[in-house]
Every structure is written in structure tokens, then in C-alpha cells.
Design a protein around this ligand. Sequence first.
Ligand code: SF4
Length: 302
Amino acid sequence: MVEAPLQFITPREPKPEWLKVRAPGSENYLRLRSIMRDLKLNTVCEDARCPNIGECWHHGTATFMILGDICTRACAYCAVAHGKPQALDIREPERVAEAVEKMGLTYAVITSVDRDDLKDGGSGIFADTIRAIRRRMPDTRVEVLIPDFKGEEAPLQTVLDAQPDVLNHNTETVPRLYRMARSGGKYSRTLELLDRSRTYAPAIPTKTGLMVGLGEERHELLEVFADLRRVGVSILTIGQYLRPSADHAVMTRYYHPDEFADLKREALSMGFVHVEAGPLVRSSYHAHKQADAYETHAAARV
Ligand code: SF4
């Protein structure tokens, strides 16, 4: 799965004030939920049990999870189910586009489970989804949060050829913790994907996300920031890891909001155009604002 893990559990330390959120239930939230059910769509907001669901859905922001709801990988931090995935649903792109239209979204985020079982890693469905949204809603901006496609370049190019507005691929954690947290992934492969994207489609900004609270050190995070800048990443998100269950990777500690502010300052000083850092920040949290910041920056450079 390619989105950060998101459910609350009861850690040894009491949950700090800054992680408390209101239970979802607004009219808009209920309307979105009913559209998703009617069209048989999955969202990462629900499947990864995101704490922001009340706020995001109230404001009409949701992250669609395509290619089913069963992941072929089992990352130690992720709440999404893993196992043998379902057969490919080639009508899914049209249903996602229909939901985007019904919801009147001006910004749509599309992600997926990992589909290592498919020859193209699911990249064809990603591309079809972008195109289906463009046909119905030409002014809607589309961000894709993609898996690593096992390091293959052709699936990445398939997605980029469909011209998403933002190409997002999460780094998740520091290289030392990859083996523990993300055994199916490789840090070097993540950097390579982000680098290839900028080389193949320089006009499409790249974005990545990190979780903190898995045991990383501050200096390791700063080294990752530098690596990401070296491969041209312009948008960075940093959020608190929350352990989905006792079977998942241990959460080592809560970061204080001041520490997020410090990381944001450091990252901005390295040249990221936009950094969203905070306890409840997820890849897709305030995604439209992150893209706006990039576009303003790009326009100022013309
Ligand atoms: S932060 Fe992302 S995953 Fe969480 S509710 Fe908002 S859109 Fe969904």
C-alpha cells in the first residue's frame, strides 16, 4: 500500500491533545460515503482508517484507492489488508471519474494498493483513471500516489504519459528502517523512481511523504531531505506514525508540534517548494494547497 498508516491505537503514553480529532458525521461526510458505496469504490481514507476523514470529507476531499482493497505487500506500518488481490476491474476508472464528477471535486487524489501480481503493476488502470477524469472534469487537477512498480520504468512512464498534475511516491521512512518497516521496498528504488519521473516528465512536480515515530533520528531525516532534493522533489509531507494494531510496527514516540515545525523549517531551507508537516499530516492532507503552492512558485519563475 502506498499511503501512510493511519489508525489510532492505545499506546503506552496517553494520546496527546494535538492528535485528538472530532468524530466524523457531517452532512457532507455522509453524502460522500453514500456516493462511494453506490459506486462500489474504495478510499484510502477508510481503508487506512485515517484520522482526518471527518475534516477531509466534510470539505469534499477524498483519496480514491484503485486496483482493489487487498495489497500484495505487507508493510509493517500499514493498516490495509494484504493477501491475494481481486481480479482487475477495467470499469473502475469510469466509476472513479463519475464519483469525481458527482462530488464536484476540483482536486482528486488517486492511489492504489501494490499490485505486484500484475505485469504492468496496475499502471494502465492509473492512466485510464486520469484520462477518464479529464474527459468528464477537464479542470479537475489529478494527483497520483503510486507504488514503486518494482523499480520498472515502463509502468512509471505509462502513468506520466497520462499527464497527472502531481506525481507522488512515498519514501515513508529513513533507509535504516526500510528492512523493518517496508521489507518489499528499497530506499534506492524510491529515489530512482522520483529521479526518473523528473527526467522523463520535468513539467510534472514530484512529491513524497515521510512518517516519523518509527525510530528514526533527526539527522537521518535531514539526510533523507537532502537526498530528495538531489532528485528534484519539490513537495514534502511529514506526519506522525500511528500504530494500526499490536501486530504492526511499534510506534517509538510522539513528535511534538514544535518538532514538526523544526523539520519543516529545515526542509524549506533545503529548497522544497512546499512542506506540510504536523501530527495529522498525511500524503493527501491539504493536497490541493500543496499543488497551489507549487504552481505559484513555478509561475513566479517564468
Ligand atoms: S488525509 Fe488523505 S487519506 Fe486522510 S482523510 Fe484526508 S484525503 Fe483521506
